[in-house]
Design a protein around this ligand. Structure first.
Ligand SMILES: Cc1ncc(COP(=O)(O)O)c(C=O)c1O
Length: 468
C-alpha cells in the first residue's frame, strides 16, 4: 500500500556521494530510478517537494527540479499542476501477481473453541476508555515505567480480583503481562532459575503449549491425569515435579471444577514439596449456574502464581493478562518481565483500568454471560434433538462443552465428514498428551457462533455425532 500524505512533505532516504566523480544530478536520478524499480517507491507514492529534497540533500532546488523533470520525461514520475510529484503508473516492473489466497471454505457452523464472541467486543466502551486514558495521562507516565505495569491498572486489578475472584491481591504483587502465554513463560523462567526442573500439567489439558514453554526454559513437562474431580493429586505427588499448571475453576478442556478436597490436597502437596502451583484462571468470569468458585490463589497466596487474561472476557488481540505473584517470587518475575519487554504498553493498561473502574467491564461481562448461557442452552437443545446419543459433560461455564460420542466412528472420520457438510468440529485428541483419539470426544466451542448457526450446524451433523 502506498503512503498517502495529508499535507507535509514525506521523508525519503536518499544519499549522494560528493566524493564521486559522477555528477550529483546523475547520481540523484539513478537513486530515484533504482528506488522505483526495486519497489522502494511504489506507484502513486508521493515524492518530497523539490524544495524539501534539495534542503535535505544540501543540493540546489534547481538541480532537483531538473532531475524530477528528467524522470518525468522517462515516464517514472508524474506531476500535475498544483499537486505533488508521484511515481507514475506503470513505472515499476509490475510485481508478479500473488497467488490468490486459498479461499477459506465458508462454514455453515464453526465450533472452534477458545475464541470469545469477537463481534461483541465493546468497541464503543473501549474507544471511550482509550480516549479517557489518553486525555488524562500525565507525561511522566509515558516514560519507561515499572516493569510490573501501570500502578493505576494494578490498583484497579487488585480490587477487581479481590472482589470477583476472592483473590489475595495487592497491587505490588501484580505483574501485568501480555496474556497467559507470556505469564506462563515468565513463571516457568523464574522457577527454572530457582532450580525447578520439572513442571506437571493436567492431562487432558494443553500439552503442546505447556511442553513448548517448559522446553524453552530448559524444563521437562509431565502429564498428570484429570478425573471428574480435577487433577489427581496422588498421581502428581508420585512425580518429581516442583511446579504444576492447573485450571481449577473450569478445567481445560473437560470443564470439571477442582473439588474442594483436591484443592486442599494440592495446596498441601505444594507446601510439602516446596512447589508452586500455576493457576490458569482463564475463563472464570463465565459461570452460569451459580457463582464461580474463588481463585485457588486466595487460599495459598505464597504457593500460587495466578494467571488471568482478557482474551476470553474481551478479546485475544488486546494481549493483556496479569500475574498474581507470591511475595518470594514477585521481584524475580518483574525482573524477567523487564528483560522480556520492559513492561506492557501503558496506554492500553490505562484504558483497561478505566474500563473496569467505570463499571463498563462488569456490564460487558453480564451481557456476555447471558449470551453464552443462551448459546449453551441452544447447543444442548440441538444435541438432544438431533444427536440424542451424545452425552455432554462439563460445568455450565465458559464457552465450550465436551461431547462424548456414542457411535463407532473415529474422531478424525467424524471431523472430516462434518467438514464435508461445512461444519467445523474439533477433537479432544489435541488436548491429550498421548494424542490418543479415544475415547471419542469433541470440544464444542460456542463463543464465536450464534444460536442459529449452532442449531443449523448440529442439525447438519447430528447423525454423525450420535443421532438415532
Ligand atoms: C487453557 C488456556 N488458558 C489461557 C488461554 C489464554 O491465553 P492468552 O491470554 O495468551 O491469550 C488460552 C487460550 O486459548 C487457553 O487455551
Amino acid at each position: 500500500m502506498s503512503l498517502k500524505w495529508s499535507g507535509l512533505s514525506p521523508d525519503l532516504l536518499l544519499t549522494v556521494d560528493r566524493s564521486s566523480a559522477r555528477p550529483l544530478r546523475a547520481q540523484l536520478e539513478q537513486r530515484l530510478r533504482d528506488a522505483i524499480r526495486t519497489g522502494r517507491l511504489r506507484v502513486g507514492e508521493r515524492l518530497p517537494s523539490s524544495r524539501e529534497l534539495a534542503r535535505t540533500l544540501g543540493l540546489s532546488r534547481g538541480l532537483v527540479q531538473e532531475c524530477y523533470a528528467q524522470l518525468q520525461a522517462e515516464g517514472y514520475l508524474v506531476t500535475r499542476i498544483g499537486s505533488a510529484t508521484r511515481v507514475a503508473a506503470g513505472a515499476a516492473a509490475p510485481p508478479a501477481p500473488a497467488a490468490p489466497p486459498a479461499a477459506a471454505p465458508r462454514l455453515l457452523a464453526d465450533f472452534r473453541w477458545g475464541v470469545p464472541d469477537l463481534g461483541a467486543f465493546p468497541i464503543g466502551d473501549w474507544l471511550w476508555a482509550t480516549r479517557e486514558a489518553a486525555r488524562a495521562v500525565p507525561a511522566a507516565a509515558l516514560d519507561y515505567g515499572d516493569p510490573r505495569g501501570s500502578p493505576a491498572l494494578r490498583e484497579v486489578m487488585a480490587g477487581y480480583l479481590r472482589r470477583v475472584r476472592a483473590a489475595a491481591a495487592e497491587p505490588d504483587r501484580i505483574v501485568i503481562c501480555s496474556g497467559y502465554a507470556q505469564g506462563l513463560r515468565l513463571a516457568l523462567r523464574t522457577l527454572a532459575h530457582a532450580g525447578v526442573r520439572t513442571v506437571a500439567y493436567e492431562d487432558p489439558g494443553s500439552p503442546a503449549t505447556i511442553s513448548a514453554a517448559a522446553a524453552s526454559e530448559g524444563m521437562s513437562a509431565i502429564p498428570v491425569p484429570v478425573d471428574e474431580h480435577g487433577i489427581d493429586v496422588g498421581a502428581l505427588a508420585a512425580t518429581d515435579a516442583r511446579a504444576v499448571v492447573v485450571t481449577p475453576a473450569h478445567q481445560w478442556p473437560t470443564g470439571v471444577v477442582l473439588a474442594p478436597e483436591r484443592r486442599l490436597a494440592l495446596i498441601d502437596w505444594a507446601g510439602r514439596r516446596d512447589a508452586i502451583v500455576i493457576e490458569d484462571d482463564y475463563d472464570a468470569e463465565f459461570r452460569y449456574d451459580r457463582e464461580p468458585v474463588g481463585a485457588l490463589q486466595g487460599l495459598a497466596a505464597d504457593r500460587v502464581i495466578s494467571l488471568g487474561t482478557v482474551s476470553k472476557s474481551l478479546a485475544p488481540a488486546l494481549r493483556i493478562g496479569w500475574m498474581l505473584c507470591p511475595p518470594a517470587l514477585c521481584e524475580q518475575i518483574a525482573a524477567h518481565k523487564r528483560l522480556d519487554d520492559r513492561g506492557s504498553p501503558t496506554l492500553e493498561q490505562l484504558a483497561l483500568a478505566r474500563l473496569i473502574e467505570s463499571g463498563r467491564f462488569d456490564r460487558h461481562l453480564r451481557r456476555m454471560r447471558a449470551t453464552y448461557a443462551g448459546r449453551r442452552a441452544a447447543l444442548l437443545g440441538a444435541l438432544a434433538e438431533h444427536a440424542p446419543g451424545v452425552t455432554v459433560t462439563g460445568l455450565a461455564a465458559g464457552f465450550h462443552a465436551v461431547a462424548h460420542l456414542g457411535g463407532a466412528a473415529g474422531e478424525q472420520d467424524v471431523i472430516a465428514a462434518a467438514r464435508a457438510r461445512s461444519v467445523g468440529l474439533y477433537g479432544m485428541s489435541a488436548c491429550r498428551s498421548s494424542g490418543a483419539a479415544t475415547p471419542v470426544r469433541l470440544i464444542l466451542g460456542f463463543g464465536n457462533i450464534g444460536e442459529r448457526s449452532i442449531a443449523e450446524g448440529v442439525a447438519a451433523v447430528g447423525d454423525l455425532l450420535g443421532g438415532r
